[in-house]
Each structure stands twice: as structure tokens, then as C-alpha cells.
Design a protein around this ligand. Structure first.
Ligand code: GCB
Length: 618
């Protein structure tokens, strides 16, 4: 076993929790209604204070003895009797509140390490309108969620980082209504990710919640993109895609217009509610990091209307090159967890997003790998606007139950949710199916199938994965993991000079890779900001720089290197990182500390990226 894989196994063992014995994974339903472009619709926000009650672990009020969901406990939102019998001893009305969206861990010190079930409740006023439907939209809640409106369960969802919509039309009434959401953050062996993770398992309703009212038949999904594989030169641009109108009879009219580009086309839905289109758009300028042009794309069908901001560009792989609008590019970026700078906790606000991108811009980055799960939609929206290219990943992190078909089904579900939410974002140029998984036939088959699934869901973007762990023999590293056959772009993680060998060894390493573009998707070393010392002294800013400089020497010898993302832009919470005074519960491989103070390695990247001194576009 290589040193790095050995490390992964140790990490996994150290993060197993006794409470993960509870494993009542939900059977996955087909992808339920999932509205695209919710942040561009008029919605009623349900953000704000929600009452909460902590369920006694492992979910005594939520699960019955068989592990099934109990609909007759806190979901009913009853109040204790002053007189007469009672046996349900809870009361949301007098319970404290948590802010939604937000992780619970950083809002109440008692909940800092809590990984069980927590119940949320709030009242809201509502006036139903004839001929409409209403959905409750949750941007993300980690990890399993169960939602009741006025005591009726309207949906269940598994997955901590993707959005879901629950139809509430038939359970809403005029006047005061209430919603109860039970969120279970318990890690599951058969979950995605599984139990061993190197980040904080922030629990709760971590993203926006809203009510969306739409006509009976409405636009739930759409895809508007540059025709892939076509000639895209100015004056000869073709847009293609589809608009899907849920519950529309065949022949329903749909219009797609982009006034600024002189595009207007009227379509008709087929029997499935789908209206595919192809249209010439001669006046269109392409999206790129230098000119991140977005167009107002207006979609309409019957009474439903929606305007999205969409950029158009072509991304493809040609041999070992990555081409953006036909031009070879080199990706200079950083990895980033969804960790809020300075204030700490899950990144969810516009301010968090602005700070993260100000760091990336200051570093001269044109790329970010959003690890290890889809981040808040604010991030990809901001990338679209500011021209940062994005690697988006589903949480297949290291050890997943690859042998189980039900886990594969969950994975496909998450992949669909990720792609559906962000397929209209020009900035997203890569879908990643996994990070650092063990090289064996079961995992290779699982992830090859998943990569093919991703390709069939979205044939316009290259597919990647971050791979770890070739054996190092005589300073030779074989980057031909069998999974690379299923990828368009190979991501390679390595920590030479930190987890294995010495920094100087990196200079001697010779990599061999398949004939595909390679991104060094993780590398780096750990340092406590403000800790100074000699080059060979661990945890110092000097050593972090020294290790990375040697990793640069190694990378410069990889002819098909087309991108690099150091681990990691910012120090992030990871409860497994327990060296007092140095780590204190943080992974310290950041170029910036969690309080925003930059380390010397940040300046190294700033200069390297300015000079383009590591790696070439072709
Ligand atoms: C990795 C993982 C990342 C860890 C990092 C580390 O290889 O992909 O999630 O946080 O190493 O610091 O060990």
C-alpha cells in the first residue's frame, strides 16, 4: 500500500464514529421535481429564525423501532396540554431559534460536535392562488431531510449538498401554515460521502429555503448552450438545448429569446413536455475568463416566465490540450472547501462568496476546484460573473460502498442534481465523479459507469476525477490508474515532501500518464500561519513554501500538465486534525489561515501564476 493510501486508511479509521451504526438509508426515488433557476424566480423566502429541538440520539422522535420515519411525533407541531393527558413532550413555540440558512454547529456551542437529528419548525402566512402549484425549495440540508407542511410529510431527501423541491400544493391552506423539517446529520457507511471525511460535517439546513408558486404546467428544467462540436467562430454561432415544461400537454408553446443577441424562437413541447431547439445566434460573443459575458435568456410557456443569466462557450479536450473556445488554456487555481472565511462555518452568504473570490483574484487564479461536493449556487453564479472556471464534484470521497447497487443509485441521483442545477453555468467546465478512491476493480467499474452516466447527462463538458496513490518505485510514478480510461481529464493528487518522501525527492520524480490532459489536483504541505523557522522545520510557513517549490520542479516535467490546484486555498475545520497549537481542529494546508491572514505560500502562488512559470497550455 502506498504511503498516501495508507494515510487515507488511517484517516478513515480515525473518523469512524460509534453513532454511525444507525443506518436507515432511504430507498431512492426517481429524481423528484427539481426546479432549475430558482434564484432567478420570484420566491417567498423562508430564510430567517426557525425554532429547533434536538432529537435524542439516534433520533428517538424521528425513527420508530424499525428505523422508519415517524409521522406522528414532532412533525405534528402540537403544544403540551395544560390540563388533561399528554404524552408528547415537546414544544416548538417556546423553543430557541437557529438561523436558516446556516449550519447548527457554529450557531450554538452545545451543537458544535452534534451529528444527530435536529428538528426545525417555523410558521408562515400563505394565500393559495387558483390554478397554481407551490413548492418548498431547500438549497441543501445535510445529510438526510424529512419535510412536513401542516403535519403532512411532503418529501424525504438524502444528500447534504444538492437542492430539492417538495410539492406543498395540496397541504397548504389560506392563512397561517407551518413547516417542520427533521435533518439527520448522522454519517452513514452507505452514505455519500461515507463515514470517514477530512472536513467538518456541518449539520442542518445550510442553504436558502423558499416557497415557489408556479402555474399548473411550468418550466422546471432547461439547457441553453453553444452547440458542442460545431464551429463556433464569430458570425457562425449556433445555440442548442431544450426547455422542459412539467405536466404540459404535447404541443404546448414555449419561447426562448435572447434580445441582446437577436434570438427569438417559438417551440412546441413533445409528449414528454420537452421542447428541444437549435438556433443561429450570429451576434453572440463568447464567455471567457477575460470577458465573462452573460446574456439575459428569457424563457416563457403559458403563464410561466423566467429570465436567467447565461454565458456561452465551448470547452473540449483535444489530445492532451484543454480548449476553451478553441484556444488552449492552462488552469491556475486552488482547491476550496465551502468554509466561510473569517467568521467560520458553512459558506452561504454573498459576503462569503465575495471574500473567497477576492482571494482567488488576488492570487491571479483563473480556476477553482470546489471540493468535495457541490457548493452553494452563489459560488457558480459568481464564477459565471467574474470569469473563474470551476471544477464541480460529487462527494465520492475515498471510501464509498462501491460494491452496493443502492449506493450507485444514490450516486446517480446526486450526479443528476448537481448537473441539473449548474448545467447552464458557463464557468463550470469539469464534472468530477470522485476524489482519491482505492484502485480496485469494483470501484473502477462503479466510477467508469458513473463517468459514462455523467457524459450522457451532459455531453458538452469533460469528465474528470482526482486520483491518488500510484506506488513510487525508484522515483517513478505510474499515473495510469485504470480509472483514467474513463476520464477526459486526469486529476492527480500527490503530497510528495509532506505525507511521503522528502521535498528534494520531488525533484527526481518521473511521472507517466495516459495521453490526456492532467491537472495536479492536490499538492501542498501544512503550515501554521505566523509559525516561522527553517526550510526543514515542519508546520512553518517556510517549509510549506519549500515543499511546494519542489513540487513545482516535479510538475514542470509533466508535458501534459494543463492545470494545478494546491490543497487548499484556506485552512478549514477538520475535527480529525488534532495537534494542539498547530492544528486545533483545522487542516492547515491553506495558503490563507481561517482568519484571512495570508501565509508565505500565498505570495508564492501569486507570483507563479502571474509569471505563468509552471505549466503550459500546449
Ligand atoms: C487529500 C484529500 C483531501 C484532504 C487532503 C489532506 O488527499 O483529497 O480531502 O483534506 O488530502 O490534507 O490530507
Amino acid at each position: 500500500m502506498s504511503a498516501s493510501l495508507n494515510r487515507c486508511v488511517k484517516l478513515l479509521a480515525s473518523t469512524l464514529l460509534p453513532l454511525t451504526l444507525v443506518s436507515t438509508a432511504l430507498a431512492q426515488k426517481p429524481l423528484q421535481t427539481l426546479l432549475v433557476g430558482v434564484d432567478h424566480r420570484t420566491v417567498t423566502s423562508l430564510n430567517g429564525p426557525w425554532h429547533y429541538l434536538v432529537d435524542q440520539s439516534p433520533g428517538r422522535a424521528l425513527y420508530n423501532d424499525k428505523g422508519e420515519i415517524n409521522d406522528n411525533s414532532y412533525a405534528l407541531n402540537t403544544h403540551p396540554n395544560i390540563v388533561g393527558p399528554h404524552n408528547l413532550e415537546y414544544d416548538f413555540a417556546t423553543a430557541p431559534t437557529l438561523n436558516v440558512p446556516g449550519d447548527w454547529n457554529t450557531q450554538d456551542p452545545k451543537l458544535f460536535n452534534y451529528e444527530g437529528v435536529l428538528w426545525y419548525q417555523r410558521d408562515f402566512d400563505f394565500q393559495p392562488k387558483a390554478g397554481t402549484r407551490t413548492f418548498l425549495h431547500i438549497g441543501a440540508a445535510n445529510y438526510r431531510s424529512h419535510v412536513w407542511v401542516n403535519g403532512k410529510r411532503i418529501c424525504d431527501h438524502e444528500g447534504g449538498y444538492t437542492p430539492f423541491d417538495c410539492e406543498a400544493t395540496t397541504v397548504l391552506h389560506p392563512g397561517s401554515n407551518f413547516v417542520v423539517v427533521a435533518v439527520d446529520a448522522t454519517r452513514l457507511v452507505d452514505g455519500i460521502p461515507s463515514v470517514g471525511i477530512d472536513w467538518m460535517n456541518y449539520g442542518g439546513i445550510t442553504r436558502d429555503v423558499s416557497l415557489i408558486t408556479v402555474p399548473r404546467a411550468f418550466i422546471d428544467d432547461y439547457d441553453v448552450h453553444l452547440e458542442h462540436g460545431a464551429t463556433w467562430q464569430a458570425g457562425n454561432i449556433t445555440l442548442t438545448g431544450y426547455v422542459h415544461v412539467l405536466d404540459a400537454p404535447a404541443g404546448t408553446a414555449v419561447t426562448v429569446s435572447i434580445p441582446e443577441a437577436g434570438v427569438k424562437t417559438t417551440l412546441k413541447t413533445d409528449a414528454e413536455g420537452n421542447a428541444p431547439f437549435t438556433v443561429k445566434a450570429a451576434r453572440l460573443s463568447l464567455w471567457s475568463p477575460e470577458t465573462p459575458k452573460l446574456y439575459k435568456v428569457e424563457l416563457a410557456s403559458g403563464e410561466d416566465k423566467l429570465t436567467d443569466d447565461i454565458g456561452f462557450r465551448d470547452i473540449r479536450v483535444d489530445g492532451t490540450r484543454i480548449l476553451l473556445n478553441g484556444k488552449a488554456i492552462f488552469l491556475q487555481g486552488a482547491n476550496m472547501h465551502a468554509e466561510a472565511p473569517v467568521r467560520s462555518g458553512r459558506a452561504i452568504t454573498d459576503q462569503d462568496v465575495a471574500t473567497i473570490y477576492s482571494y482567488l483574484k488576488e492570487m491571479n487564479a483563473n480556476f477553482v476546484r470546489l471540493c468535495h461536493y457541490p457548493h452553494d449556487e452563489r459560488m457558480t453564479r459568481a464564477s459565471d460573473k467574474n470569469g473563474t472556471m470551476v471544477w464541480s464534484e460529487i462527494p465520492n470521497w475515498q471510501h464509498i460502498s462501491f460494491q452496493k447497487p443502492e449506493v450507485y443509485a444514490k450516486d446517480v441521483f446526486m450526479l443528476k442534481e448537481m448537473i441539473r442545477r449548474d448545467r447552464n453555468k458557463a464557468s463550470v467546465i469539469l464534472w468530477s465523479v470522485s476524489n482519491e478512491t482505492p484502485n480496485n476493480p469494483t470501484r473502477t467499474k462503479f466510477l467508469t459507469d458513473l463517468a459514462n452516466e455523467a457524459r450522457s447527462l451532459d455531453p458538452t463538458r469533460p469528465i474528470t476525477s482526482a486520483i491518488i496513490g500510484p506506488k513510487i518505485i525508484d522515483h517513478k510514478m505510474d499515473g495510469n490508474d485504470p480509472l483514467t480510461a474513463a476520464l477526459d481529464v486526469v486529476g492527480q493528487n500527490e503530497y510528495i515532501g509532506w505525507y511521503e518522501m522528502t521535498p528534494e525527492d520531488a525533484d527526481l520524480i518521473q511521472w507517466s500518464f495516459p495521453n490526456k490532459p492532467v491537472i495536479m489536483s492536490e499538492f501542498g504541505a501544512e503550515a501554521k500561519q505566523g509559525n516561522h523557522g527553517a526550510n526543514n522545520q515542519r508546520w512553518t510557513e517556510e517549509q510549506q513554501v519549500y515543499v511546494i517549490e519542489h513540487q513545482f520542479t516535479m510538475m514542470k516535467k509533466i508535458p501534459q500538465l494543463r492545470g494545478m490546484t494546491p490543497w487548499v486555498l484556506m485552512d478549514f475545520r477538520s475535527p480529525t486534525r488534532n495537534i494542539p497549537k498547530l492544528q486545533d481542529g483545522f487542516n492547515r494546508k491553506g495558503l490563507i489561515a481561517e482568519d484571512g491572514k495570508k501565509k508565505a505560500a500565498f505570495t508564492l502562488f501569486q507570483k507563479t501564476y502571474k509569471d505563468h512559470s509552471v505549466g503550459k497550455a500546449e
